[in-house]
Design a protein around this ligand. Structure first.
Ligand code: 13P
Length: 240
């Protein structure tokens, strides 16, 4: 007889993770951060990952539509008929392979982040909350065709020492120690991009110094600012 304190068996854990990923994809759609078939999400799963399918709107997505693949793109389980992994599986797999602390990757085409990215603009330290992405700025990766290895390489470089980056002429990517954290950061990046675009209406805003951004980072660490609101620090985390 099993007690409620025992860890769930792997099949139940996988089903739980699939449900969490679908809920997160739907939330991105409902909050306006994604639309149609734009964007994709993944969570670390064993030696590989669970990833959203290509070309399927989030509102039509069900847990069984997700794909379990290894970090070279090989299937770890049979896919549902007609389903293939997101075209950005390389980007997701490369981030998870090279960043052991990362458990989830979220990619969206959110409007304001994408508008800045169309100009190839980084988000500079115009606001102290930029620190939430891991440093004094949020870099914009150079452009490469969606789904390409080159885009994955550019993204990995822009994510160096960061949990978020913009993708030129494309969108944004966030990572987290949990799905909830990666999702919360995607919302934060979109908000910061919106604020920065508004601030730019009056000209280039003055920036906070690197010393002040370090002070903010220390203060956030001291207060565990943002981390508690974003859910548990490891695993997929709750998104509901
Ligand atoms: P997928 O539907 O293949 O995930 O592609 C959407 C996307 O946003 C590509 O960058």
């Amino acid at each position: 007889m099993s007690s409620s304190s025992e860890p769930p068996p792997p099949a139940a854990a996988e089903q739980h993770l699939r449900q969490q990923l679908v809920a997160a994809a739907r939330r991105l759609g409902a909050s306006g951060l994604n639309q149609g078939t734009a964007g994709n999400l993944s969570v670390r799963w064993g030696e590989g990952l669970l990833i959203t399918p290509s070309s399927l709107p989030s509102e039509a997505m069900e847990p069984e539509d997700l794909l379990a693949i290894d970090c070279d793109g090989h299937p770890l389980a049979q896919a549902a008929p007609g389903r293939s992994p997101s075209s950005e599986w390389r980007l997701h797999a490369d981030v998870l392979r090279s960043r052991p602390e990362v458990a989830a990757v979220v990619h969206s085409h959110s409007i304001h982040a994408t508008a800045l990215a169309c100009h190839g603009r980084d988000i500079p330290p115009f606001h102290y909350m930029v620190v939430q992405a891991g440093g004094p700025d949020i870099r914009c990766a150079g452009y490469a065709t969606f789904g390409s290895q080159e885009l994955s390489d550019l993204t990995l470089a822009a994510l160096q020492d960061r949990q978020a980056c913009l993708l030129a002429h494309h969108g944004q990517v966030t990572v987290g120690a949990s799905l909830a954290q990666a999702l919360a950061l995607a919302v934060e990046v979109e908000t910061l991009a919106h604020m920065y675009l508004q601030a730019l209406q009056l000209g280039e805003p003055p920036l906070l110094s690197l010393t002040e951004m370090e002070r903010v980072a220390a203060q956030m660490q001291l207060r565990r600012y943002g981390a508690l609101a974003a859910g548990p620090a490891t695993g997929a985390g709750a998104v509901g």
